[in-house]
Design a protein around this ligand. Sequence first.
Ligand code: UD1
Length: 416
Amino acid sequence: MDKLKIRGGCTLEGEIRVSGAKNAALPILCAALLTERTLSLTNVPRLMDVRTMTKLLAQMGVEVSAKDDRVELRAAKLTNPEAPYEMVKTMRASVLVLGPLLARAGRARVSLPGGCAIGSRPVDQHLKGLQAMGATIAVEHGYMEARAERLRGARIVMDMVTVTGTENLMLAATLADGTTLIENAAREPEVVDLAHCLAAMGAKIEGAGSDAIRVEGVRALRGAEYRVMPDRIETGTYLAAVAATGGKVKLRDAAPATLDVTLEKLREAGATIRAGDNHIEIEADGRPHSVSVRTAPYPGFATDMQAQFMALAAIGDGTAVITETIFENRFMHALELQRLGAEIAIQGNSAVVSGVPRLQGATVMATDLRASAGLVIAGLIADGETVVDRIYHLDRGYEALETKLGALGARIERLK
Ligand code: UD1
């Protein structure tokens, strides 16, 4: 299993490009299931999760070709509308095929995701919405067996804000008979990006980005060309790294408008930030101020940035309280950060982080995607050598992480 070896203590300087957003690319890839015509995507990040999704789609009969950041998909026929356990267990977002398969093929067989390292993460809201649209869904032998003649429009009030839940229903509603209203919808920029792609394919969607999305079903969708939005979590991760190490970095091809709270919190930590339309420059120097955060659905502070901010708080000049409200059990990185000398006390869903002037390098283990990113940031600031084990988590969601950090002057190397 690959590891990352990091020698801490360098400031980061230079310029790198932000990749396309993983969490936008995954639902957008699934949109290809809705049409027999070709969907051509660019700015698709080269990531393990994207490869898993294209492999899954290919198994269903979708023709997929990928070169550099371009992926072309053509679902002329869906021969096998099934998502097997082996795939869903490695990537929960596989459940995003459920809505489009039902809408286009009238049936789907998708494995239940099961437990996951960051909490139970059920899919009841996805099912509730599809049932309201007329689907019958039975759970048999660990699989959701779903059927529908043709989905019909419905008014759906989500019990809680769910990103992939909103996306699944939006995908399904594009081909339903009549109008679907999704209330208490997720407002994440990735939901908006999916809506833009679907609109380019001929879908009729209003209100994406607000908590009420209205989809007027159409008979068929057409092919389209679409460019995936920049990854705001990747952007935020590099910004947090610079705020921690100090230095001066420019991130190109970013979407600053999707990062309001993150930028505000980094400024609170003492960083100077200048944002243009599609680039962000950050400059930081000296020890960061301690900054408290509380995760919340967009436009609140992203749970996917929580671990990176905990690493930053670990060397802050005071005490920070980090509260996680989206996922239970998303503090595993705290224990690993403690191994590097961080002072963190967990109290329920809050972590009280008393900043220390220095961390010390050690071997730590990545437990999930964003936890790993937090450990890499900690390794960049720790004295001596840090080895981050199990980085397959990082490979799921960060394109060329060690190359990008290396370009900024970090001493980081992959051990095979
Ligand atoms: C997405 C993101 C993930 C991010 C998360 C929260 C993708 C591919 N992944 O995950 O990176 O961390 O949003 O911003 O976009 N819930 C239920 N029932 C459901 C669905 C969700 O109880 O049917 C709960 C979850 O357990 C969780 C909360 O709702 O506590 C939010 O989860 P959700 O927004 O669905 O996360 P994902 O879409 O899986």
